[in-house]
Write a protein that binds this ligand. Structure first.
Ligand SMILES: Cc1cc2nc3c(=O)[nH]c(=O)nc-3n(C[C@H](O)[C@H](O)[C@H](O)COP(=O)(O)OP(=O)(O)OC[C@H]3O[C@@H](n4cnc5c(N)ncnc54)[C@H](O)[C@@H]3O)c2cc1C
Length: 411
């Protein structure tokens, strides 16, 4: 058997998760080897150029909401100079009544001041944002080009080794080191610590060391609509992002007076087909009507052009899986980022680096990262003896949508 190249730390997967973790380790003075099946970073789901980020304020589990606030602050610290801070408006759900006082109390309990989340009634929202709906304004909400971010994180560095076009088919522990086998059946790398950030493929890699993870794919399509200059939609298009049932970015006016508007996303549970679908664009047109509360708008005026199709990886309990795999010492997981790749990769970088370096967690504690939150994300929650805190949170929380849509979905 040829002797594989040895590294203390290997990251498998150069999407936004793997790239962010590798970069954090480099910043902490470590040498890192990153390996990916593709020939460059961010070739899969992280080729997404329009990923939004904001603290979550829904009525979900308080622990999930605490986590998204911490993760948002970490993401802002990491990408605040790079992302587009256009702000995001979250309209009041159609079946809810806007109650400013109640909302204000709720936001305070989440430690979100007006600088992060501000209730607006419909007339305030119209005056401030041009949106005639009540809701919560998240002025620090932003969008990030994941591919650009991942490429930047993996820029040439004296302590970074990159292996491209190297698909890892299985792992094996041998004499205290992890061997990473390539497609030829030979080990191509060995490592003391392996961080697996391979989205859905984490399932196969974990199966090779007899760890079963409940991961599933959820296909999503984001539409890029074009709207003619004098169309009635043009007067309604938002100048900020909106996040509700689906999301949209601020519409962009082009030189000829037409608009380009990004609206998403379909949510096709259990599917992993990357072909663009007309039915997904149709679904997004309906989301567009809902986001703007413009049910009378003629959806045929939203002309579909390019689109982004990606496969999200979600865990059975909809939370990300981030942390040391205590059943297999030396293995760390960062997967199941669902529809929150920006938030969870920023958080994964801090948490996994602390675990890999066996820090004393003082920094994480200062950031508000309590033990119950670490347990809620830990891979151990899927195995017998999982911590009750984790399962309780899992039962309530969603990593992407509060509940999967029950109505007809885009196919
Ligand atoms: C339609 C849509 C809209 C979304 N909107 C948002 C949004 O608004 N905000 C947000 O934060 N997130 C959003 N997301 C989610 C976000 O895109 C993902 O969470 C994120 O890109 C996942 O990153 P990742 O690094 O975990 O996985 P990936 O980007 O899939 O990276 C995995 C990497 O692992 C490599 N790999 C896999 N298997 C192997 C192997 N065996 N050996 C070697 N390499 C391997 C792959 O080549 C790939 O580079 C959206 C997703 C979709 C589909």
């Amino acid at each position: 058997m040829p002797i594989p190249q040895h590294h203390r730390i290997v990251v498998i997967g150069a999407g936004i998760a793997g790239a962010t973790i590798a970069n954090e380790l480099l910043e902490r003075g470590q040498s890192v080897c990153i390996v990916d099946a593709a020939n460059s970073p961010a070739s899969a789901c992280s080729s997404h150029a329009y990923a939004i980020a904001h603290p979550h304020i829904g009525r979900g589990s308080p622990r999930l909401l605490r986590l998204t606030r911490i993760a948002f602050l970490m993401a802002e610290a990491r990408w605040g100079k790079q992302w587009t801070q256009h702000g995001l408006f979250q309209p009041t759900k159609k079946d809810k009544v806007f109650d400013r006082e109640e909302l204000q109390i709720h936001l305070q309990t989440l430690d979100l001041d007006n600088n992060m989340a501000k209730p607006l009634d419909a007339s305030e929202a119209r005056a401030l944002l041009g949106i005639g709906q009540s809701g919560v304004w998240l002025p620090r909400g932003a969008s990030l080009n994941l591919a650009r971010a991942a490429n930047k994180l993996l820029q040439k560095h004296e302590r970074l080794t990159c292996f491209w076009d190297a698909h890892i088919s299985r792992l094996e522990l041998c004499d205290g080191r992890w061997l990473l086998f390539g497609n030829t059946g030979q080990p191509i790398l060995s490592a003391d610590k392996v961080i697996v950030a391979t989205a859905m493929e984490t399932k196969t890699l974990m199966a090779s060391i007899e760890i079963r993870l409940p991961l599933k794919p959820v296909r999503g399509q984001l539409s890029i609509f074009s709207i003619a200059k004098n169309d009635p939609w043009a007067t309604r298009l938002p100048r900020v992002g909106i996040s509700g049932e689906g999301y949209c970015l601020p519409a962009e006016e082009l030189a000829d007076g037409s608009h380009r508007w990004i609206v998403g996303s379909s949510f096709d549970e259990g599917e992993d087909d990357l072909e663009a679908r007309d039915s997904s664009d149709m679904f997004n047109r309906e989301q567009a009507q809902g986001l703007l509360d413009y049910t009378q708008g003629d959806t045929s005026a939203l002309k579909a052009g390019e689109c982004f199709v990606g496969i999200r990886c979600v865990a059975g309990d909809r939370l990300p899986i981030i942390g040391a795999l205590t059943q297999r010492p030396g293995i760390f997981l960062a997967t199941a980022l669902g529809s929150r790749g920006v938030l969870w990769s920023a958080l994964a970088a801090k948490l996994i680096t602390a675990q890999v370096l066996e820090d004393d967690f003082a920094l994480l504690t200062r950031l508000g990262f309590a033990a119950d939150l670490v347990a809620a994300l830990a891979p151990a929650r899927f195995f017998s003896g999982a911590l009750p805190a984790a399962s309780a949170l899992g039962a309530l929380a969603s990593n992407s949508k509060p509940i999967f849509p029950s109505g007809p979905k885009a196919k």
